[in-house]
Design a protein around this ligand. Structure first.
Ligand code: FES
Length: 188
């Protein structure tokens, strides 16, 4: 089975579906101006097209009557918005001070070696993309990483191995549970 990221051509036209347009109409009622709705539309677009290329940003700009450069500026500021294709599991390792002081570099090095990532952070098995990001607001549980929408905290190389092995073996990606100071990972 291939885990390759979708190519630009395979992602379909950058147009909203009628259902998405209806959702956008609802979203716009919650904001004082169209421009203020740029973040929810970025989320919607990322859900639809997996990552945000320039055509997607143009679409959002047209929808909100703002220049695409303004959409790009917001998307660029936030690391949770993907500006390039990634593999199925995006591993974002925080490398800001609290995490850096307790071993973020060691976690990244371990991931890079275990996953045999290339210069773009993509793993040899095509499942993971590893990147360093700024603070993810879980500083009290450093070092930490976010894999897709889930946080994994107080990481060690051993915990990284458990998580990666669970994902590789097809078990559900789920929040770890802490029991008696021991992190465990629910399996499906
Ligand atoms: S410094 Fe890593 S989560 Fe804040």
């Amino acid at each position: 089975m291939s885990h390759a990221a979708p190519t630009a051509a395979s992602r379909g036209p950058r147009e909203w579906t009628p259902e998405q347009r209806a959702e956008i109409d609802k979203i716009l009622t919650r904001y004082p101006t169209k421009q203020a709705a740029v973040m929810p539309l970025l989320w919607m677009a990322q859900d639809a097209w997996d990552w945000l290329d320039l055509d997607v940003m143009r679409l959002i700009g047209r929808t909100l009557d703002i220049p695409p450069s303004q959409v790009h500026a917001v998307a660029s500021f936030y690391t949770m918005f993907k500006k390039a294709p990634t593999n199925k599991y995006l591993v974002q390792v925080c490398h800001t001070l609290s995490c850096a002081l307790v071993g973020a570099d060691k976690i990244v090095a371990h991931l890079e070696k275990k996953l045999e990532v290339d210069e773009h952070g993509n793993s040899k098995d095509g499942l993971f993309t590893v990147m360093r990001v700024e603070c993810l607001a879980s500083c009290g549980s450093a070092p930490m990483a976010q894999i897709n929408e889930h946080y994994y905290e107080k990481l060690t190389p051993e915990i990284v191995d458990q998580v990666v092995d669970a994902i590789r073996s097809g078990r559900a990606l789920a929040e770890p549970r802490k029991e008696a100071d021991q992190w465990t990972f629910p399996v499906s």
